[in-house]
Ligand binder design. Sequence first.
Ligand code: ATP
Length: 216
Amino acid sequence: MALFAVIGLGSFGSTIATQLVSLNHDVIGIDNNKRNVESISDQITHAVIADATDEHVLRELNIQNCEAVVVAIGEDIEASILCVLHLKNMGMNKIWAKAKSKAHHMILTHLGVSKIIHPEEDMGTRVAQSLSYPMVSRYMGLEDNHFIVKIEIKASLKGERFNHLMGNIPAIKTILHKRGKEILYNIDPNLILQEGDILVVEGELEPLRKLSARFK
Ligand code: ATP
């Protein structure tokens, strides 16, 4: 269990804050909007109405003792930058920040922010991916064009043999097969797939595209 701070409790910041709490972490949430703070106050460890561009406030709240800080202010770029500057001054190393534009991203990079998040773009990419590959229910991008993809077997593929569906694309590795609560890591090539089965596979984008054609 660790202590995190989330600065800016709009829909993005408050989702991060409540998710961290559900993962059993303590979270200090800060926003200068009273309504945003009140609506989350009973869901996180400590919710404070404060201006995050004021370094004294950040010091008083002992933000420097947190494992990491998420600066989830996007619209007011000046406030986001000032807040990051103060956090850096206070010696914080692990700062994640949301960026609204390319210029905002560049400035945050120069300030030494550990990770920059573009929520709208990231969400847009996810939505676009699941629209173009409806069988993909989740995916995670790794380095170098590699992806881990969760595939759900739909009714149209019921009765298909595993090696018929997955064979001939050696560049894709099947990590696991899940049916109900049962997870198999060594999959029988003759396994007959059922509707609702889950396959988690790993590979590069091109072979994954090739595979996706078999699901149409
Ligand atoms: P989201 O996209 O997460 O819904 P939003 O659209 O409300 O957010 P943002 O500008 O990204 O807009 O602001 C996120 C939150 O940051 C808001 O709740 C806002 O009140 C808060 N905020 C903005 N400036 C400050 C500041 N100086 N100090 C503390 N909180 C701030």
